[in-house]
Design a protein around this ligand. Structure first.
Ligand code: CA
Length: 246
């Protein structure tokens, strides 16, 4: 089904899933591309619907985030045309709609959008939907399992093992470990972890992060086992990138 794809290889980005953001609000487009790149995708943004059409024909990405109201051609029309062309019939599309436009949401789904998100939305939630949709459409692009040394996290079964031992993590500890493992070596402040793991809209004391890091450590390491979570004084936490390597 991909024989009609014509990828334009870009240096260093050829293996990353490519996401096209079609959004005419410059601040939102910037916020999305920043967050998509932080999640490990290659992001490109265009402002106009007609410009998006050209990009989509030239070089279909792996997923499109498509605003409804656009100059040039509307998001609805773009989605309809994507579905009509063989090369993009199954291309994952997430539509962005303004709050309260219930009838538009229904129309968006009726022209074949895979998902929709109502503005204003939480960025971590949109990132989770992007990940879920990419996993459904191209499972080989997003690993089901994250491993570091003897630690193995399986997203499909939600099981975490260290060596032969099953670890019993609460849902927050699971997501925290998943988040840190996906970005191993990077140091996150408590505020960044709250945004990335709990979501921007929640108001939780930053000390909550310490409590869950403590629980995660307790579940991960027994006795003299090496602790893979690094505390970086004055900065935050990271999953030790040398774990399992040295
Ligand atoms: Ca718009």
């Amino acid at each position: 089904m991909n024989e009609t794809r014509r990828d334009i290889p870009r240096a260093g980005a050829s293996k990353l899933p490519r996401i096209l953001v079609v959004e005419d609000e410059a601040d939102l487009a910037l916020l999305l591309s920043y967050n998509l790149e932080a999640e490990g995708y290659s992001a490109e943004t265009v402002e106009r619907g007609d410009e998006a059409e050209l990009r989509l024909v030239e070089s279909p990405p792996d997923l499109v985030i498509l605003d409804w109201m656009l100059p040039g051609v509307s998001g609805l029309e773009i989605c309809r045309r994507l579905r009509a062309r063989e090369a993009t019939r199954t291309l994952p599309v997430i539509m962005l709609t303004a709050r309260g436009e219930e009838s538009e949401r229904v129309r968006g789904l009726s022209v074949g959008a895979d998902d929709y998100v109502v503005k204003p939305f939480s960025v971590p939630e949109l990132m989770a939907r992007v990940r879920a949709l990419l996993r459904r459409s191209r499972p080989e692009r997003i690993a089901d399992r994250l491993t570091a040394g003897d630690i193995d996290l399986d997203r499909e079964t939600r099981r975490v093992r260290r060596g032969a031992r099953d670890l019993h993590l609460g849902p927050t500890e699971f997501r925290l470990l998943e988040y840190l493992l996906e970005r191993r070596g990077r140091v996150f402040s408590r505020a960044q972890l709250l945004d990335g793991v709990w979501g921007q809209s929640v108001e939780i004391d930053e000390r909550t992060v310490d409590v869950h890091i403590g629980r995660l450590r307790k579940a991960l390491s027994r006795g003299r086992e090496r602790d893979p979570i690094r505390t970086v004084r004055g900065a935050g936490y990271s999953f030790d990138e040398t774990y399992g390597k040295i």
